[in-house]
Design a protein around this ligand. Sequence first.
Ligand code: PEP
Length: 253
Amino acid sequence: MRLRIAAGNWKMNTSLQEGIELAKAIQAFVSEFPLDKHKRIVLGVPFTHIVSIVNLVDYKKISVAAQNCARWEKGAYTGEISAEMIRSSGAHYIIIGHSERRQYFNETNEELKTKVELCLKNSLRPIFCVGEKLDEREQNKHFEVVQKQLTESLFHLDVEHFSHVLIAYEPVWAIGTGKNASPEQAQEMHMFIRKLIAEKYGASAANDTSILYGGSCNAQNAASLFAQPDIDGGLVGGASLKANDFIEIIKAL
Ligand code: PEP
């Protein structure tokens, strides 16, 4: 089923206590808010927060996501956290291939392919991030860049495994800059992504895939972005750290 999702990416923000307070505020709102069964809230929290937040939210409406996992299954990789550990902590989703990880940790399409496989093996749904940098858009290479990211990290999956994947289109120039893609720019790319999925996996798989927009999505612009036919919600950074702003984004779903 194609879900509409408001996903927060808290990044490396909030102490455990602050994270709990934020999750409690969102939970308090959601407990009074009727959420259709095809809508879902996902909180992408630091590893240290997963268990506590899983235990305080209503799992029927709110799922917890990690923001990364190790590229190995287990073993002597001091400091790393495996997909299996994340799943056993109660998370159901995982943000994979965020542009900050591609940039600061040199994550490649090949490495992300492995991470996607580890997520699926451990029943975690990857929210797989794609998106072009500013110079790539200026050179009109944005479609090519996104196609390569999808092809090299996801399109080896069979249709059953692919059905568990969500995609987040996050133009790098829009992340944390306050400059979001216009609804038309975002829709154009989302439609392109859905077309690629249809070519690879068929129309029904494409129709069932949730494609989220990320990049300076906020309480003011969420409704116009989410009104686009191929935008199924948002992956939200800065605005997910303020309960009231994130609640407005949930209402816009
Ligand atoms: C993100 O980091 O995924 C993101 C979209 O950040 P922001 O909303 O702050 O641009």
